[in-house]
Design a protein around this ligand. Structure first.
Ligand code: CDV
Length: 310
């Protein structure tokens, strides 16, 4: 018996700095309708999907900075997306900048939610690995101020039973870290959802520019194979406010093979039917409980021992 889920990976082309939320939500709804026409159960949007990726420029005015964040989810501007999902009976994953009032203070996170076919939020994840810098770098062609504008996500890297399987989320730079996939896999993940905004140039390490597509694929294909999970990774592509970002929105099988991929740097829906049962052979092959040598992994062994696969 196969456990099939048809997924639409909704790559986003550039978003202008002056584009308003209503226009962008309408754009996302158009992609959602197309995904529904193509039989998708779930549409996956990118990281910070509701605005341009504002950490690429300097903002020193608090009110202006806060205007890039969502204070509620759904809020008045995003409610139509939830309504359309419920009307069509399609789930979605959405990355957004989250402003929360917690612990008696204002907090900012780079977050993603998973929403069921009934339009109700199933789970939320806050990005853990924030790239970039705190200070302005005037000599760089663009900024990467995620460390300044967001707090580190407080975790955990968790999974949810949804869409007939076990689903986990991580966000952009999280995909480059081995721990991300392994912790999700220890939670039984079968489908890992990722949104990203990845420039094709790192000002501090230009020697890596030619490898940006390769590194993007390398970490996700390895993560999929080593942990027996489908990976769906969705980018914001093309030149946005002067910053050129990679495309390569990808659906990766638990074998590590890329089974579907975007061909453009604009809005593009990449559709694939994933059999969650394809994860089983890879989970059995590695069989974490039988084969991980955590007692020999050194000082962290006791903490690792406390985490056991389901
Ligand atoms: N949004 C990101 O996290 N981007 C990083 C870039 C800046 C290296 C990434 O890992 O793709």
């Amino acid at each position: 018996m196969a456990r099939l889920i048809t997924i639409g990976a909704a790559q986003s082309g550039p978003i202008r700095r002056d584009e308003n939320r209503a226009t962008i939500v309408e754009r996302l709804i158009q992609q959602m309708r197309e995904a529904h026409r193509q039989g998708c159960d779930l549409i996956v949007y990118t990281e910070v999907a509701l605005t341009a990726f504002f950490s690429h420029w300097w903002i020193d005015n608090e009110e202006e900075l806060d205007s890039w964040f969502e204070r509620e989810m759904p809020g008045p501007e995003t409610q139509p997306l939830f309504d359309e999902a419920a009307r069509l009976g399609i789930g979605f994953h959405l990355g957004y900048a989250e402003l929360a009032f917690e612990e008696g203070r204002k907090r900012h996170f780079n977050s993603a939610i998973l929403v069921g076919k009934d339009g109700v939020i199933i789970g939320k994840f806050r990005k853990m690995h924030l790239p970039g810098h705190y200070e302005r770098r005037p000599n760089n062609p663009f900024q990467n101020l995620e460390k300044r504008y967001f707090e580190f996500g407080d975790g955990p890297l968790q999974t949810w039973r949804a869409f007939g399987g076990v689903v986990g989320m991580c966000i952009c730079n999280d995909r480059r870290w081995t721990e991300t996939y392994r912790l999700l896999a220890l939670g039984g993940v079968e489908l890992t959802l990722i949104g990203y905004n990845t420039p094709d140039h790192i000002p501090e390490y230009p020697q890596m520019d030619r490898l940006s597509n390769f590194h993007h694929q390398l970490c996700m294909q390895a993560g999929a194979y080593q942990n027996g999970t489908w990976v769906v990774a969705v980018g914001k592509a093309g030149v946005e406010e002067g910053v050129s970002q990679i495309g390569l929105t990808s659906i990766i099988a638990p074998s590590g093979e890329v089974v579907a991929q975007s061909k453009t740097l604009g809005d593009e829906l990449v559709v694939h039917t994933c059999d969650l049962d394809e994860t089983i052979a890879y989970k059995q092959l590695f069989d974490f409980a039988a084969n991980r040598r955590i007692q020999h992994y050194g000082p962290i062994a006791s903490q690792l021992a406390a985490i056991s696969p389901p």
